[in-house]
Design a protein around this ligand. Structure first.
Ligand SMILES: *Cc1c(COP(=O)(O)O)cnc(C)c1O
Length: 435
């Protein structure tokens, strides 16, 4: 392999996107895919295998998007594909209980410290939405505290100071959300315990939950500072608010047991998504036996789903989690991610480019910033123009990074050292051109 620029073009993607724009809003079914924050035309993917994706013009890329996290084993893992095929032949959905759901529930309960009972749903949005409803039902309170730049899916009361696409597009607040709904959501800066404490004082006995991405991943990857998660746990214990970890991204990503295992902090409620479905639409929320007893039909909090616990998604999730349970997997993932981030640090240092690189397990971010990035404001202060030029230089060299300065990067187990080293070579040339 060589890291020279492709001679290939992306004319088929350009044509396809033109057509897509006449058919779907912005040509896409999820905003970040439209490449708005980097300009230009999104790459249409034809197929993927292992650490690589191919576009419809036949250009290969080393993929650090990984379907935004789920593809932790690499794309089209043979065991996952086989499990899906086998399940499909037995029928794709029944709307009735299956053994796969039992097996999957037992596995999730076994792996995630804060979950004693679990409910499967179909998307991360649904998982967090239900977790919030559960906290409200359980506490009889209405307000929630979330952190600026954290993304928790697109439920009305959560699209307030949200990250991800909403950050990229500069619309932290979406149109179409009633003011009264947004007013139930209180905002604090990430890593700022004093701000949380002040909100709890200002609204005594009214806060149902503190909702947090324990490692933020939707304003780029931002780590919890020492004592932050412990502090949230203590504030919840004092105030009676439920601590909700949105581990839709971090679950099975920063450690087998998620961020709660990595940092040894037990939340009251956990939301899972992305990896848990093994690349198919599945997500989950869970907590203690006592709190989950609130959920229908056991308790008075209603929540349902036609395709919840779908047999194909359970099959894909089961194989994925079983493979992740093998000894040494997370050491390997961390080692690969560090090979990349340490290599990048060296390259940027050599070229005197100020960067703040954050990493936890298999997720990472490179901010072009001369200061540490610890919250939404410091993320926003990073050099976006340089990122955009770097992004296109990398894409043209066959490295597919998330098309936004505010999305985390994802390592997979299928990334070989050779592919990582190729990425580093590409980065060295790309940054020289981008400066
Ligand atoms: C992706 C994500 C969600 C939303 O999940 P969807 O499956 O896209 O609805 C929620 N929370 C976090 C932390 C996420 O990363």
């Amino acid at each position: 392999m060589t890291t020279t620029l492709f001679t290939n073009t992306r004319t088929r993607s350009e044509k396809a996107f033109e057509e897509a724009c006449t058919l779907m809003p912005g040509g896409v079914n999820s905003p970040v895919r439209a490449f708005k924050s980097v300009g230009g035309t999104p790459v249409f993917i034809a197929k993927a295998k292992g650490a690589r994706v191919w576009d419809i013009d036949d250009n290969p890329y080393i993929d650090y998007v990984a379907s935004w996290g789920p593809a932790i084993l690499g794309h089209a893992d043979p065991d996952v594909v086989k499990a899906i095929q086998k399940a499909a032949e037995l029928g794709t959905s029944f709307g009735a209980p299956t053994l796969a759901e039992n097996e999957m529930a037992a596995l999730v309960i076994d792996l995630v410290p804060g979950i004693e009972k679990v409910r499967f749903v179909s998307s991360g949005t649904e998982a967090v939405m239900s977790a919030i409803r559960l906290a409200r039902a359980y506490t009889g309170r209405e307000k929630i505290i979330k952190f600026a730049g954290c993304y928790h899916g697109h439920a009305d009361y959560l699209l307030v100071k949200a990250g991800s696409g909403a950050t990229t597009l500069g619309i932290p607040d979406s149109k179409g959300i009633p003011e009264a709904t947004a007013a139930q959501t209180l905002i604090a800066p990430f890593n700022d315990l004093n701000a949380v404490e002040a909100l709890l004082k200002a609204y005594p006995g009214q806060v149902a939950a503190i909702l947090v991405e324990p490692v933020a991943g939707n304003m780029g990857c931002i780590l919890p500072e020492c004592g932050f998660l412990e502090g949230l746990r203590a504030l919840c214990d004092q105030s009676g608010a439920q601590l909700i970890f949105d581990e839709v991204m971090t679950g099975f990503r920063v450690a087998l047991g998620g961020a709660q295992a990595r940092y040894s902090i037990q939340p009251d409620i956990t939301a899972l998504g992305k990896i848990v479905g093994g690349g198919l639409p599945a997500a989950a929320y869970g907590g203690s036996q006592a709190i989950m007893a609130t959920v229908a039909p056991e308790g008075p909090m209603y929540q349902a789903g036609t395709l919840s616990g779908n047999p194909l998604a359970m099959a894909a999730g089961l194989v994925t989690l079983k493979k992740l349970k093998a000894p040494g997997v997370y050491d390997e993932l961390e080692r690969k991610t560090l090979r990349l981030t340490e290599g990048l640090q060296r390259i940027f240092d050599e070229q005197s480019v100020p960067v703040a690189i954050n990493q936890a397990g298999g997720m990472f971010s490179v901010f072009f910033s001369d200061k540490p990035v610890t919250d939404y404001d410091s993320a926003m202060a990073a050099n976006r123009e340089l990122f955009v030029r770097f992004f296109w230089q990398m894409l043209d060299r066959g490295v597919y990074l998330a098309p936004s300065a505010f999305e985390a990067g994802f390592m997979s187990l299928a990334h070989t050292e050779e592919l990582i080293d190729y990425t580093l070579e590409a980065a060295e040339k790309a940054i020289a051109e981008a400066l």
